[in-house]
Design a protein. Structure first.
Length: 276
């Protein structure tokens, strides 16, 4: 689940107060191990739910299956549930929904693309990840933006290493997306994560090389670029959560929780045997 960029003016549940100092929590070895466990469990939920994401199922059914698995099998806490009033255990964002889609009674149909965003809490630490799923064969534009969004995620993660800055990550993502004639959502961003769901720093998916916070070992944060097939502009619906593209173009997003290591990065939410 992504954070609201504090540089934007519109209020949002995830918007931090402006003009406050940034406070980054560098994780201890014990905390890192707990985050590895939480990250693995979050990835496991996505692996579990994949076969259920088919034509005819409702997003609230997907939420129920995930909730039951998290609570009864994994014995973890679904972090989104009741977080600042969010009513469900996962976010389900279909087609032109950018993020924070609330699971509901509408059935998925052939040609849809849907992002499932999972965050679990295990032993006090969060693991946050999301993945795109395709129902049948979506339109070419939807398939394309899903692929480009995944490439943006990979490019952003591969940029991570000590001595670079958050602006280097954002710049790499933005350059790739725009070269493919897609756009990067600017109002929402990645975030630090650990004991708290949303910690400093904010991780923008656009920017300039050398700008922003210096990357230092033992930082943990999410990278989760939201990429639109059309223009970048978005709006929030009256439910005060669901964010959609203003031009109704398809949006796609993938997310991992990342640790900065001494030599580069570690992805804390990879499924067993998976590679980037």
């Amino acid at each position: 689940m992504r954070h609201r960029d504090r540089t934007q003016q519109t209020e949002n549940m995830f918007q931090n107060p402006t003009h406050r100092p940034i406070k980054i929590t560098y994780k201890t070895p014990a905390e890192i191990e707990k985050m590895r466990v939480a990250g693995r469990l979050a990835a496991e939920v996505l692996d579990m739910i994949g076969p259920y994401v088919q034509e005819g199922i409702t997003t609230e059914e997907l939420d129920r299956i995930c909730h039951d698995y998290m609570v009864n099998v994994q014995q973890v806490i679904p972090a989104p549930l009741n977080y600042r009033g969010f009513p469900k255990s996962i976010c389900t964002s279909v087609n032109h929904v950018v993020c924070h889609g609330i699971p509901g009674p509408k059935k998925l149909k052939k040609g849809d693309v849907v992002n499932l965003d999972i965050t679990v809490i295990k032993d006090g630490y969060h693991g946050d990840t999301s993945r795109m799923f395709q129902i049948g064969i979506p339109p070419v534009a939807a398939q394309r933006v899903c692929q480009i969004a995944y490439e943006c995620l990979c490019i952003g993660i591969r940029t991570v290493r000590p001595g670079l800055h958050l602006g280097d990550i954002g710049h790499a993502i933005q350059q790739h997306a725009e070269a493919q004639h897609c756009s990067v959502v600017r109002e929402y961003c990645g975030h630090g994560i650990g004991r708290d769901f949303h910690e400093d720093p904010q991780v923008l998916h656009y920017g300039k090389p050398g700008d922003g916070v210096l990357l230092v070992p033992n930082m943990t944060f999410t990278i989760e670029p939201m990429i639109n097939a059309g223009k970048r502009h978005v709006k929030r619906l009256p439910d005060n959560w669901t964010v959609v593209t203003k031009d109704h173009s398809v949006s796609a997003q993938w997310e991992h929780t990342v640790l900065v290591t001494e030599t580069g990065y570690e992805i804390m939410t990879l499924s067993p045997g998976a590679t980037l």
